[in-house]
Design a protein around this ligand. Structure first.
Ligand code: URA
Length: 174
């Protein structure tokens, strides 16, 4: 797609490729575009807290990637043709990592993974079985930062506990 014209570098993914937990976000933002790693900005700091304090796992034990590998200019929403152009990369990443559970953070990864068009409020709060894979959806950490209410944080916490339940208790091993 044309995002390569404006981005600094691709942001492929980081973490343990043997992890049973894969977290999938939307697309790199400004900080990620500079560093070449996903979730290294403010939303990333909250994601780390969600993983470490909420799920009691270590961030480096999780594999983290995005629906798009390139930053959309001005952090706009991914366009449908960009999502399609990047589709095979994420499909292959999921195949190789073969996680026990995938946590989708945000609307775009939630719809990408479930194949559903429902809003995130309807997709979260349950375990989806998609082509034999377990998928849990929750709010994007950037959304949580903008809506930092007890209600939103409780919902994210209960969603991530659904994923923890599938994984079993730490240590995080396949
Ligand atoms: N938001 C995302 O969805 N992904 C990132 O990597 C950073 C922010």
């Amino acid at each position: 797609c044309t995002l390569c014209e404006s981005r600094t570098q691709t942001v492929f993914g980081t973490g343990d490729p043997r992890s049973p937990l894969m977290i999938i976000g939307e697309a790199p933002g400004g900080d990620e575009d500079v560093k070449g790693k996903p979730f290294v900005g403010r939303a990333g700091k909250l994601l780390t807290d969600i993983i470490e304090k909420g799920m009691k796992y270590k961030r480096e034990h999780v594999y983290i990637a995005n629906v798009l590998k390139c930053r959309p200019p001005g952090n706009r929403n991914p366009a449908p043709e960009e999502i399609e152009a990047c589709r095979s990369y994420l499909e292959r990443q999921i195949e190789i990592i073969n996680p026990k559970v995938i946590l989708a953070v945000g609307l775009f990864p939630a719809q990408w993974l479930t194949g559903e068009k429902r809003p995130l409020g309807r997709l979260r709060g349950q375990v989806h079985e998609v082509n034999g894979r377990k998928v849990v959806c929750t709010y994007h950490p950037a959304y949580v930062l903008r809506n930092y209410t007890v209600d939103t944080r409780k919902k994210v916490h209960s969603d991530v506990l659904l994923a923890v339940e599938i994984l079993g208790s730490p240590p995080l091993v396949k």
